[in-house]
Design a protein around this ligand. Structure first.
Ligand SMILES: Nc1ncnc2c1ncn2[C@@H]1O[C@H](COP(=O)(O)OP(=O)(O)O)[C@@H](O)[C@H]1O
Ligand SMILES: [Mg+2]
Length: 431
């Protein structure tokens, strides 16, 4: 509508000021013409005299155009009390942004999002937030960047017979015999949480689980998931689950999972709760199925885990991975020296002298002995194999690393064991 027409209509309105339809037409005309002052005056008059919600929305838009953000915010609030109009939500948030109240804008945005599931891509970009957990277009080659196909299987893991058995029973068998498990009313799903002192094979056996069933292995660490943009961490986490779901069977392994499922207050702030909730949703398979996804988690600090993770259907098998006992140490030593030049190694003897050693400690011991032999070999020009004596000589150079862990664990086991979570520790420590 051009200006002349609008002025003619104004004249007509003079003689019949109660003609709301005419006034609406004029108000909209001025608005599209870009004269927001005139439009505002008419919309205002309409709001005063009629109960026209449309006029009210347009009035808010006029204020916004006139860079008068406080009234536009107030009107948006009023409208939204009665009606969940997405445009008004956008206008509300945008008014906050334009008036420099970015933090309030973020909060308001998230409130609307949580209450009404509303989202606005443009605003999310402006506010650097992202609430949408979208199924990004995927690319098989890109998936392969994250996925491993480990050669390592259970035969390469020394000892840990209990853990192997639990993993077989809880996640491998249900995958291989779904009908049988159904018949006995055993639902597949849920994951296994491994906990214990560092270096005792939690990560190692998780990887071997994938090798055991010739599946893929996806290892996820917190640092790959956390992102400073609000909402992005949830999205990243979802994406990891999706990669596993697209590539079944797949062992999805969360290393040092206590950092995600943390009770620590630093994560509680900065939206950590949202990440925990997203994690629980993924574990529960709320939006997508986890068939064929074997979920394993490992932690050295189970006391930092949010207890919501430990409910049925989530990590409902919680397995203590102790330092290897003598028999296991023997097996680990035998495995670790297998491909190195040695003569007549007395594995039982070394095992008996390495109480309290973790698998990693044993590895270190053997590495140290191997270095010495290598040095000697270079000096003599012939291969000088590792001997039992060489290994025993190194025992005193390696400090069993699991003691510190038990000092901490003992306290939790004694004083915060109401759910019996740490019974295995108590039993191990013979307390
Ligand atoms: N049972 C085991 N058999 C063979 N090697 C082991 C075993 N446990 C630990 N190791 C060795 O110690 C290293 C560290 O173990 P890891 O699984 O990373 O410990 P954790 O995850 O419990 O801290 C492994 O990479 C492996 O070389
Ligand atoms: Mg580990």
């Amino acid at each position: 509508m051009d200006k002349t027409t609008l002025e003619a209509l104004e004249a007509a309105l003079q003689s019949s000021p109660d003609n709301a339809a005419l006034r609406t037409q004029i108000a909209k005309g001025w608005y599209s013409y870009g004269d927001y002052e005139k439009a505002k005056a008419h919309f205002n008059a309409l709001v005063q005299t009629t109960n026209d919600i449309g006029a009210k929305k347009d009035l808010a838009r006029c204020y916004f155009q006139l860079k008068n953000y406080s009234p536009s915010i107030v009107i948006c609030e009023e409208i939204l009390e009665g009606e969940k109009d997405p445009e008004m939500m956008s206008l509300h948030v945008e008014s906050l942004i334009k008036s420099g109240q970015t933090q309030q804008a973020v909060e308001q945005y998230q409130e609307f999002h949580e209450q009404y599931g509303w989202f606005d891509e443009g605003l999310e970009k402006q506010l650097k937030i992202s609430t949408q957990v979208s199924d990004l277009v995927f690319d098989e080659e890109e998936d392969d960047l994250f996925l491993e196909k480990p050669e390592l299987d259970f035969s390469g893991v020394g000892g840990m017979e209990n853990v192997k058995e639990e993993i077989r029973m809880k996640i491998i068998q249900p995958l291989e015999n779904p009908e049988l498990f159904k018949a006995f009313g055993k639902a597949a799903g849920g994951g296994i949480l491994l906990y214990g002192p560092p270096g005792c094979g939690k990560t190692f056996i998780s990887k071997a689980t994938a090798g055991e069933i010739s599946s893929r292995f996806l290892s996820v660490g917190l640092e790959e998931v956390l992102d400073m943009w609000i909402g992005n961490s949830e999205k990243n986490l979802h994406e990891k689950f999706e990669i596993a779901r697209r590539n079944t069977p797949c062992v999805l392994f969360f290393d040092e999972i206590d950092a995600v499922g943390s009770k620590r207050s630093d994560l509680r702030q900065s939206g950590g709760r949202n990440l925990i909730n997203q994690f629980l949703k993924e574990l529960d398979g709320v939006d997508s199925q986890n068939d064929g996804v074997l979920i394993l988690g490992a932690t050295n600090s189970p006391w930092h885990m949010d207890s919501a993770f430990l409910r049925p259907g989530r990590f409902d098998r919680i397995i203590f991975v102790p330092p290897p006992d003598e028999k296991s140490r023997e097996a680990i030593i035998a495995l670790q020296i297998k491909d190195k030049p040695t003569v007549d190694i007395d594995c039982p003897k070394i095992a008996s002298k390495t109480k309290g050693f973790s698998g990693a400690d044993i590895k270190l011991l053997i590495d140290l002995a191997a270095e010495d032999s290598l040095r000697a070999s270079m000096k003599s020009g012939n291969i000088v194999p590792i001997t039992t004596k060489d290994l025993l000589k190194q025992v005193k150079n390696v400090r069993p690393s699991t003691k510190d862990w038990f000092n901490t664990a003992r306290n939790y086991a004694l004083y915060s064991n109401s759910s019996g979570l740490y019974d295995d520790i108590l039993q191990y420590l013979d307390l």
